[in-house]
Design a protein around this ligand. Structure first.
Ligand SMILES: [Zn+2]
Ligand SMILES: [Zn+2]
Length: 237
């Protein structure tokens, strides 16, 4: 492809790559190696305000832990999302997952790495396994891509320790149904000796009820993992 160089430059001038969010040409205002301009990147804000000490949701009362976490016990020590699930984040996630703009993993990876460093440096990164059919269609797994990006930035170790069997799509189910649907469908595929006694940081794209994370924790804890933290790009509540 070496002799395609000049031709690619010409295409770039005629049809310049555009920002995923505002569609302005990226020539000269690219924020990184992903297709988002500097202006839009500066408008992406982390979740702010008082947060639940466990699941990281925005708190409405003075309590330290949200109503949901007081009513049932999550299996993870702590979960944090990098961004609120607003229009912009939803658009970025759609471009990442549905359109396969893989380089957006670098933008998300940077934000996730900040959370990881704040809460659990040293934990092994484990991606929440995606649906096998979606992973086959896209050719890569979204959560694994996020872990790889964090690993490239900071040299953190990644272990693709979990596998997901076939199950009904989580989106269509209630919380109780989600738990039964998932139980036993997520299993540890790695050699338990590579995990045992270590702490793990689970990584996924979106947090909805925490049921998927709990199912992953159950499998990891049964394999001897002492403590599980969880980080996602956005929280969809
Ligand atoms: Zn833009
Ligand atoms: Zn909570």
């Amino acid at each position: 492809m070496g002799d395609m160089g000049p031709l690619c430059c010409i295409f770039d001038l005629i049809l310049p790559e555009r920002c995923v969010l505002c569609a302005r040409p990226l020539l000269g205002c690219r924020a990184g190696s992903f297709p988002v301009c500097r202006y839009c990147c500066n408008t992406l804000h982390p979740l702010e305000g008082a947060r639940c000490a466990l699941c990281g949701t925005v708190l409405l009362s003075e309590r330290e832990v949200c109503l949901d976490c007081r009513e049932r016990t999550h299996r993870f020590t702590l979960h944090r999302s990098a961004f609120a699930y607003d229009e912009r984040t939803a658009e970025l996630l759609r471009a990442f997952k549905a359109e396969g703009t893989r380089s957006l993993g670098q933008l998300f990876g940077l934000a996730l790495l900040q959370l990881y460093r704040q809460h659990c440096t040293g934990a092994l990164l484990v991606p929440v396994p995606g649906h096998p059919a979606a992973t086959r269609r896209r050719g890569w797994d979204q959560a694994h891509e996020l872990c790889l990006s964090m690993s490239r930035l900071a040299g953190v170790e990644v272990n693709r320790a979990l596998r997901r069997g076939r199950s009904r799509r989580q989106k269509e189910l209630t919380f109780a149904e989600r738990q039964t649907n998932l139980r036993g469908r997520i299993r540890v595929a790695a050699n338990p000796h590579t995990l045992g006694c270590r702490s793990v940081a689970l990584v996924d794209d979106v947090y909805t009820t925490g049921a998927t994370l709990d199912a992953c924790c159950e499998a990891l804890q049964a394999a001897g993992v002492a403590e599980v933290f969880a980080f996602t790009v956005a929280m969809d509540l």
